[in-house]
Design a protein around this ligand. Structure first.
Ligand SMILES: [Zn+2]
Ligand SMILES: [Zn+2]
Ligand SMILES: [Zn+2]
Length: 76
């Protein structure tokens, strides 16, 4: 079992997972074994708003602040 692609055949550093690009923090990969969350090693790259993340809200827009209604994340 396993997917082989051109990069596999060539022995190049790459990842078969999907890289999710965030606006506010570093990119993450759907492959939990991924050790190189860099765009260049991924064939599939999507923006995080595709998966429902809201960190791509345009900076400088009032809507980014007024849209959050009391659902602040709390840790502890
Ligand atoms: Zn491959
Ligand atoms: Zn995001
Ligand atoms: Zn990856």
């Amino acid at each position: 079992m396993g997917v082989r692609c051109r990069e596999c055949e060539a022995g190049l550093q790459h990842c078969h997972g999907t890289l999710i690009r965030h606006a506010l923090w570093r990119s993450e990969c759907t492959d939990e074994d991924c050790t190189t969350p860099e765009v260049i090693v991924h064939t599939l790259v999507i923006d995080c708003d595709v998966v429902g993340c809201e960190c791509t809200q345009p900076i400088g827009s009032d809507a980014a602040f007024t849209s959050s209604t009391g659902s602040a994340a709390r840790s502890g």
